[in-house]
Write a protein that binds this ligand. Structure first.
Ligand SMILES: NC(=O)C1=CN([C@@H]2O[C@H](COP(=O)(O)OP(=O)(O)OC[C@H]3O[C@@H](n4cnc5c(N)ncnc54)[C@H](O)[C@@H]3O)[C@@H](O)[C@H]2O)C=CC1
Ligand SMILES: O=C(CO)COP(=O)(O)O
Length: 380
């Protein structure tokens, strides 16, 4: 097995001198948690990483490799893994939570008694909590802990590429300017940049929503789509994502940034994305269960899609692509039939923040009344 040392190669160039070391805790032993732990360590922080699997703990501490999630990459040797939550959180000033959404609340609840009001607490998880309440991960952090410094880290961040040292960037979103600045200091290095945002929900929704469209694009890729098709899907996905997020109080401008279009591009283009891979496998003819099992990791979009569709229906937000994906994944609709039906549906506005969707539809309906022979069957 070849183990690249991208993390270690960048360490000396990035390590600040003469500063007191920041105490960082990473909750989660998956690929993103491991990549972030290593980056923080290369920046000179004292890093402890919490994971459940004792064997993996021993392997990380002895061999400095996460054999399960990032087998080909050397972790900064100063990262100390442990299955003891109290040890990991002891004196932690910054806690990064990289736990899938399904287990996020339970893990945060376990950590909560050890988290103080001044602890910087950042979610890196791109998902939505199951249930009727539509809780984002940062809302769980707010509910379960006393921390006054909550943030969200999200962006085009395939963990394997970060581990390889590919130049990458992310967004730290928080209402609190000190939280933003301290995370920028703690995580930026020669191959990783961190930009700031004050639109926490927008950034968080960008990360959660793009997963479902990555499944759709993966599926379309397996069905032999062209590049025009990919571009149309991604751009209309962005329209849906921003429409949904704006209805929940986010800024549409956030979707022009790394956590919006940036993350959408990478996840809809790379076979390294787990969501894309699940979609691709379904496009090749596998069932959802087979695709998820073959992946062996969490593709958050599979769990997110019904939560989004349900919430959009309740809030009256038009989400045809998400709705279509839901029907393909869970109601047995054939993806080719679904694509045809989408192509025949009403044609609204390109950018709704300049031409409102209803204005474009009204004009079409008026035109259909004036020139009935030219109109599409499906126009109402
Ligand atoms: N992998 C990637 O490229 C990126 C992932 N993310 C997000 O980060 C989050 C974490 O993803 P990954 O690090 O890839 O790992 P992952 O999603 O594969 O698993 C994370 C870790 O959580 C642990 N875990 C699962 N259930 C648990 C439970 N009940 N109690 C305790 N630990 C549990 C797993 O054992 C694993 O160590 C995801 O929500 C993902 O959307 C964000 C950016 C990039
Ligand atoms: O969020 C990611 C890249 O930014 C990773 O996407 P997946 O969860 O689909 O692997």
């Amino acid at each position: 097995m070849t183990v690249h040392s991208a993390f270690a190669d960048h360490s000396t160039a990035s390590r600040p001198s003469g500063e007191r070391s920041l105490q960082v805790a990473v909750l989660g032993g998956g690929s993103f948690g491991t990549a972030l732990a290593s980056i923080a360590a290369t920046r000179g922080a004292h890093v402890r990483q919490w994971l459940r699997d004792e064997q993996l703990v021993a392997h990380i501490n002895e061999q400095h490799v996460n054999v399960r999630y990032l087998p080909n990459f050397a972790i900064d040797p100063s990262v100390h893994a442990s299955s003891d939550m109290a040890f990991v959180l002891e004196q932690a000033e910054l806690v990064l939570v990289a736990i899938p959404s399904g287990a996020f609340r339970a893990v945060v609840r376990q950590a909560a008694p050890l988290i103080g009001t001044e602890t910087l607490l950042v979610s890196t998880t791109k998902g939505i909590e199951a249930g009727d309440d539509f809780h984002l991960m940062s809302q769980i952090l707010e509910e379960e802990t006393v921390s006054r410094h909550i943030g969200v880290l999200s962006g085009p961040n395939l963990a394997a590429e970060i581990a390889e040292g590919h130049l990458s960037a992310s967004v730290i979103a928080s209402d609190d300017d000190m939280t933003r600045a301290r995370i920028q200091q703690a995580l930026s290095c020669d191959h990783f940049r961190v930009y700031a945002s004050n639109d926490r929900f927008g950034v968080e929704l960008g990360g959660a929503l793009k997963n479902i469209y990555a499944i759709a694009v993966g599926m379309a890729a397996a069905l032999g789509m062209g590049e025009n098709t990919r571009s149309m899907l991604m751009t209309r996905a962005l329209a849906e994502m921003s429409r949904f997020a704006v209805a929940r109080g986010a800024s549409p401008m956030t979707f022009l940034g790394l956590a919006g279009i940036g993350d959408l591009i990478v996840t809809c283009s790379s076979p390294l994305s787990r969501n894309y891979r699940v979609g691709y496998a379904i496009g090749e003819g596998r069932s959802l269960e087979e695709a998820v099992e073959a992946l062996g990791q969490v593709a958050e979009g599979v769990n997110t899609v019904h939560l989004i569709v349900d919430r959009a229906q309740r809030d009256g937000v038009y989400m045809p692509l998400a709705q279509a994906l839901y029907q393909v994944l869970f109601e047995g609709v054939d993806p080719r039939d679904m694509a045809l039906s989408l192509m025949r549906s009403e044609q609204g506005s390109d950018v709704e923040f300049t031409l409102p969707r209803e204005a474009a539809l009204d004009a079409q309906r008026r035109a259909a009344r004036t020139h009935p022979n030219d109109s599409r069957d499906t126009l109402t």
